[in-house]
Design a protein around this ligand. Sequence first.
Ligand code: C2E
Ligand code: CA
Ligand code: CA
Length: 632
Amino acid sequence: MVNMTHTRETTAGQQEMLAVRYRRRYRLCQVLTILGVIFLFALGSFSLIDGAQVLGCILILNALVGLANLYLLKRTGNVERAATILSGILFFLSMSLIITGGKSNTGILWVYPIVAINLFINRFWPAVCWFGLFNVASILLLFTPLSVLLMTSYSIVEAVRFILTMLALNSICLAALRSEEQAYQTIMQLHADDIRQMAYYDTLTGLPNRWSFKTNLERLLARAKKDKQRIGLLYIDLDNFKQVNDQYGHEAGDRLLFKFSERLWEAIRPTDQLLKPQTESLARLAGDEFVVLLPNIKEPLDTSTVATRILNIFDGGFEVDGVTHMIYASIGISVYPDDATDPAKLLHHADAAMYDAKHNGRNCFRFFTQKIADTLHQRQQIEKGLRQALREEHFSLVYMPIFDCKNNTIVAVEVLLRCQSPELEGLGPDQFIPIAESTGIIKDIDLWVIDNALRALVILRKEHLFEGKICINISGVELLNERFPSHVKNLLEQHKVPPQNVELEVTETAFVADDVTCLETLNALNELGVSLALDDFGTGYTAFNQLIHYPADCLKIDRSFVNDLFSEREARNKMVMIIQNLAKLYDLRVIAEGVETEAQMAYLRENGCDWAQGYYLSRPLPWNDLLKRLSA
Ligand code: C2E
Ligand code: CA
Ligand code: CA
């Protein structure tokens, strides 16, 4: 995309050059013709008054043709034709001056400046033609029997002098034109180089960009295949780079990237004969992502020397403009042909290894392994299954009743997603939702769930006189999705359900403190009239004083705390009580999740918990079982 724009811009630059050149020639044609017309009329009139009838008529005639040329040029803007006509006039005029001899035989002197004018308006090759034609014609007139056409006579010395001067003048003119033409070609070439530079190189660091990296990689792999060589690919991603950008501004971020690219270059420079990096060994793929190619390595492990040198760049912080930034690198390594033989796969595998490095505490390097390959494959399968599930309606919902602790009645139902795709066999939402989130499919899934949950609610209300809430899990991704509230609004209107009977559950860990978009989304949802629950409460990092800023209605105590109610560990067995007290303080409803024993239920009831759910009370139920349970 970026490259495309650059190319387009520079082509525009070249067009601009052509336009400047056109305007210059247009002006010259115009000015020279106007001057010529004025002089020809003046001299023509004088000649007529002076009695030189033939010369006078010729000059006036040329002036008239010049006027016509001016008119044509103005109307059509065709500079090429105007130049040709002007050259024609100049040619005809010169010939006439030779033939008539001009006033008192001075005609031949006028021919020199007239011929030189051709320099200004012509390009090299048309000028060669005109000058050649003129010289041939004058030689024929001066030295052959055609001289009978001459109205005046020239001595042989005069004629030879004229022709020699003419040849010298023409050579000078042509040399000047030639050099101008070459200068122009050079500038055009420089423009073309600029395009190349911008299309293939990253403007910030001067390194090859993603596009040229791909070409380099393909070429290198083809060569490696022929020579039976190994190639190492290092995929580098900076850690904490975003913070530098956020805290010190994009310019500081840019300088950091530039400096890093220099240090990177030093780090891979051949200190040993083993590795011989060339310019194409380095590239910046995007933002803070770089790649290094190590051609002709003996063992995959050889790459680790370079990887270590790159990590060492960040030892003791990375200094830019006197500020030391705590940034690091995560590096993924894949090796040709061991890990992949296809360029795209090789890059993809190094990328996957880089993610593995990130998950393993960052600031380290990881090789692509079979385990990473398996995870990658499984993720791809799940992604495929999820897309198929959306297309072919392989999703379904189960319903988990939520009970009022005081009187054991069902006050709400949480809908939970299930997927019957063959690729997802045996996988629960815990496994496939994170993948749906990382690929963006979650947005469609969430809407599918809300749509079907609201449809269920309509039936429950109408046919089973259910007055409670339907609780719908939504992904944390939606908090950054500005269009989500309006989607929910549309679905609420479409199903005509009272919003106060709908509760949206968002896991607490999805909350980003002080994030504007996040808070705006929550407020927009709140304004729709639906209630909001903080799911898995206690596992996130919500500072207690932040609770007041969230338009939340309910805290769902994470089931691990209910599970630990009677555990020996004090820090955990008090959590249920702490959350309950907190909820009381902020006037929030509390739901305890994962109630599995009678003892847990008794504790919650005695300690004033509002609602509860869990296997002890009811498992998640298919639709028909829910209906039976409700009517029981
Ligand atoms: P969650 O929102 O905390 O849902 C409760 C999970 O705990 C459900 O697992 C439920 O079956 C399980 N559970 C409930 N009571 C008990 C109990 O007493 N003991 C035990 N051991 N487990 C219990 P499930 O259905 O596998 O859902 C897992 C997570 O997947 C959910 O956690 C939720 O975060 C996500 N999820 C489920 N359905 C959806 C959905 O429709 N959309 C989105 N975005 N996420 C969903
Ligand atoms: Ca939930
Ligand atoms: Ca939960």
